[in-house]
Design a protein around this ligand. Structure first.
Ligand code: KMH
Ligand code: ZN
Length: 276
């Protein structure tokens, strides 16, 4: 079995800087976080950006500046979120690809998202998938519920493999409105992933308190890990997360315990078909 691909998702679009002061929101904070997480063992950074008021934004100039700054300071694979915030229009989400990341997320269906709705029409998913094929961007297919894996199978059958030829999915578990963050749900997804093209890989993240159960289940099933303050702001009962590094360090420890040490950025690129 291969080593563990570790993705850090440091910011997200949901927590506010006022509530979570340790959240990296400026480019400088993001770069500092990225460097430290890379040194610990992360290979991918899943990026959401904020504006000067620390609010979520998909501003094109800031996206490009962020990609450039991360590229200059780290060797991490830069994966921009095309999901943004639940309020972002499709046009802005599609335009994220203009910032030329190596990877971008592509969510495989609409899902209730707490009190909001994370809208992902079938036609919009096709637009994201085909534009990434054209631009040489490797997608990470975000799966919030079991049926979205069937939608992915249909997408690939009809519109072909992604750029690079390798299929990688991320199971986002425990969102209120999506599948639960349990070993049982992960095993159900694992079974469905076997129907996807041979060699398909998966990572998993458990929102909130499901983070540890999902990490352990994913490692046991041969999956990879995503951690970060986008998904988890409580480290243990009554104990706030101090930093993204704290979460990455815990994931690295679990991966080592499973005798699947973190993949280097070069190994991760080779695995995912991301050009070096
Ligand atoms: N912020 C969520 C509404 C992604 O990055 O692609 C969507 C999300 C998924 O975080
Ligand atoms: Zn995200």
């Amino acid at each position: 079995m291969t080593g563990t691909l570790i993705t850090v998702a440091p910011t997200g679009a949901e927590s506010s800087k006022a509530d979570v002061p340790a959240l990296p929101v400026t480019i400088d904070e993001l770069v500092a976080t990225a460097k430290e997480c890379e040194a610990l063992g992360a290979a991918i950074i899943h990026v959401h950006i904020r504006d000067d008021a620390a609010e979520p934004t998909l501003d094109q100039g800031r996206l490009r500046d962020t990609v450039a700054a991360l590229r200059q300071s780290t060797d991490l694979i830069i994966q921009l979120s095309s999901g943004g915030a639940v309020t972002d229009p499709e046009s802005d989400r599609l335009a994220v690809l203009d910032a030329r990341p190596e990877m971008a997320s592509c969510t495989m269906g609409t899902v209730n998202f707490g009190d909001g709705v994370f809208m992902n029409r079938a036609g919009f998913i096709v637009d994201l998938h085909t534009r990434m094929q054209e631009r040489g961007i490797v997608p990470e297919y975000e799966i919030f519920d079991l049926g979205q894996l069937t939608s992915l199978q249909r997408l690939l059958d009809k519109h072909g493999l992604p750029f690079g030829g390798h299929v990688h999915v991320d199971l986002v578990m425990g969102v209120p409105g999506g599948m639960p963050g349990t070993a049982e749900a992960l095993v159900a997804c694992h079974r469905a992933i076997r129907d996807l093209p041979e060699g398909t890989t998966f990572s998993a993240t458990g929102i909130g308190r499901s983070t540890i159960a999902v990490m352990l289940a994913s490692l046991s099933a041969g999956g990879h890990l995503r951690v970060g303050m986008e998904d988890t702001i409580t480290y243990a009962r009554g104990q706030a997360v101090e930093s993204n590094m704290q979460l990455v360090a815990r994931a690295v420890g679990f991966a080592q315990l499973a005798q699947r040490p973190p993949l280097s950025t070069a190994e991760a690129r080779a695995l995912l078909g991301v050009p070096a």
